[in-house]
Design a binder for this molecule. Sequence first.
Ligand code: HEC
Length: 114
Amino acid sequence: MRPVANIYLLLAAFLLAGCGKTEKPRRPLTAQEQRGERVYQANCAQCHGTAEIGPTQGPAMTGLYSKPYLPSGAPANDERVTEVIKQGKRMMPGYARTLDDAQVADLVAYLKTQ
Ligand code: HEC
């Protein structure tokens, strides 16, 4: 094989290997999403986990809004997610008295980034 062709092969292998490893670039969180992240860490992470640590109770929150339906089959929209957060669901406590509307809105904004 000619040396020039070898260089192209090496380059192709290098690019292919690199492609598989690149992760989806994540944009930095907005101020609202950062507030929501703090609310999540303080109130939800102990059951629903984080991207690094999986959930201990209930479903993982990663990709919650990337599917049309929530784990229960209800539509994945702000109304439904807000209702679950405020009212709770079976083993999940409700947060209507713990979190105000602004905190719940921040939380929903954060969940959309997950
Ligand atoms: C004590 C553990 C616990 C905590 C704390 C908790 N959850 Fe849950 N969560 C659950 C369980 C269990 C379920 C599954 C409920 C079911 O469908 O039976 C659930 C379900 C959910 C669902 C899916 C509802 C559906 O319709 O599929 C969402 C969204 C959710 N939780 C968000 C949150 C958020 C946001 C917080 C923080 C404010 C939170 N949870 C705090 C245990 C918890």
